[in-house]
Design a protein around this ligand. Structure first.
Ligand SMILES: Cc1cc2ncn([C@H]3O[C@H](COP(=O)(O)O)[C@@H](O)[C@H]3O)c2cc1C
Ligand SMILES: O=C(O)c1cccnc1
Length: 359
């Protein structure tokens, strides 16, 4: 079996018995039932992922920032030069980006993966050099990637997830860098959800009305060029090849890799959301490992997480990517699990339950 099929075969549904235990345990803790809201649901899902209650603390955590360039940049969908992708990778490696500040804030490690940056990058300790191609081709002209490139990039994501877990990380966080990647994300989200391009295409790094309208047209053109959405029977890898990015393919592999190893993966913004739709199309049970860290300001992101059946933990109107929103949500995920480990039960603490008789 090839590494992608092998990984998919290793992914199983959430463990119902462990989720039941977690639900029962939550009901016995010294707080009104349900008072931790969405965090209770997170703790129950993580117990289901681990297969026991309480699940292991989701730490230490590592964010993997998958970086790649995009042929669709040639269509004028972003005001930023393509070179910014490589320049920001250098910034990540020097510790100077927002992702570095937020990772330091929450105690996560930053790894950067060159899966498709156009420029040659110098070796650096935190850089994984796994370039599959020097960027994608323009999706409005032909497929963005060959099937070999897609498979290669998904394989990189799987390898990175495996490597981080074998290094001892117990919570994975998605990050991305790739100028023009909100256009590819919108195309993927439209292709996987069937929603129209004007509903899922946002302003990315901040384009004006005219460029936004042009961006919607570019997404519409690319979808028409590739006969997308292709409906039920479509091969998700072919959809990725048609309109995706190398970082989207790698992120889809990263999600599959985490799910196969039953380690939670906190999703960042619209790029991760688009990639998670591809992972879910390849293997619906992979969603069980996913936590939506936040909801970004990109309209396609809300559509993607709704379609995945996920609920974002925070909404700060972020529109940056890099892994920033997911990193900010990490303490919430960790707090949700810590409750199952540390909070006393009504019995153990001698606290009267709601229906106890008054003296
Ligand atoms: C300086 C800078 C730092 C960034 N960090 C993340 N992104 C984000 O913006 C890009 C996508 O937006 P669009 O599709 O509009 O080009 C991605 O690289 C994403 O990670 C950045 C963008 C810029 C300019
Ligand atoms: O919503 C996001 O994740 C996003 C928005 C703009 C640019 N990069 C990422």
């Amino acid at each position: 079996m090839n590494p992608i099929d092998e990984t998919i075969a290793a992914i199983a549904p959430l463990d119902e018995a462990a989720m039941r235990d977690a639900r029962d345990h939550q009901a016995r803790l010294t707080k009104p039932p349900g008072s931790l809201g969405v965090l209770e649901e997170v703790s129950i899902r993580l117990a289901g992922l681990a297969g026991h209650c309480p699940p292991p603390p989701p730490e230490p955590a590592a964010v993997a920032v998958f970086a790649a360039d995009h042929g669709v940049h040639a269509q004028g969908v972003t005001p930023w030069p393509r070179e910014v992708t490589a320049q920001m990778v250098a910034n990540f490696l020097a510790g100077g980006a927002v992702v570095n500040a937020f990772a330091a804030q929450v105690g996560a490690t930053v790894s950067v993966v060159d899966v498709g940056v156009a420029a040659d990058l110098e070796p650096a300790p935190a850089l994984l050099r796994r370039k599959i191609a020097p960027g994608t081709a323009d999706m409005t002209v032909g497929p963005a990637m060959t099937m070999d490139e897609v498979r290669g990039a998904v394989g990189v994501g799987i390898d990175v997830a495996r490597g981080l877990v074998s290094d001892g990380y117990r919570c994975l966080i998605t990050g991305d860098m790739g100028i023009a990647n909100t256009t590819a994300s919108a195309a993927l989200i439209a292709a996987f959800t069937g929603l129209p391009p004007d509903r899922v295409t946002g302003r990315g790094t901040g384009v004006d009305d005219a460029v936004h309208a042009h961006k919607v047209e570019i997404v519409r053109t690319a979808l028409a060029r590739h006969g997308l959405p292709a409906g039920e029977g479509a091969d998700p890898l072919e959809v990725l090849a048609a309109v995706g990015g190398l970082e989207h393919a790698a992120l889809a592999g990263f999600v599959l890799g985490a799910a196969a190893l039953r380690v939670p993966v906190v999703l960042d913004g619209v790029i991760a959301g688009a990639a998670a739709l591809a992972a879910a199309a390849l293997c619906p049970d992979a969603v069980g490992a996913c936590v939506a860290g936040h909801r970004s300001a990109e309209p396609g992101h809300g559509a993607a997480i709704t379609s995945l059946g996920l609920r974002p933990l925070v909404d700060l109107e972020l529109r940056l990517g890099e892994g920033t929103g997911a990193l900010l949500a990490l303490p919430l995920v960790q707090g949700a699990v810590r409750v199952l480990h540390e909070v006393a039960t009504f019995d153990s603490a001698g606290v009267s339950g709601k229906d106890a008789e008054r003296p």
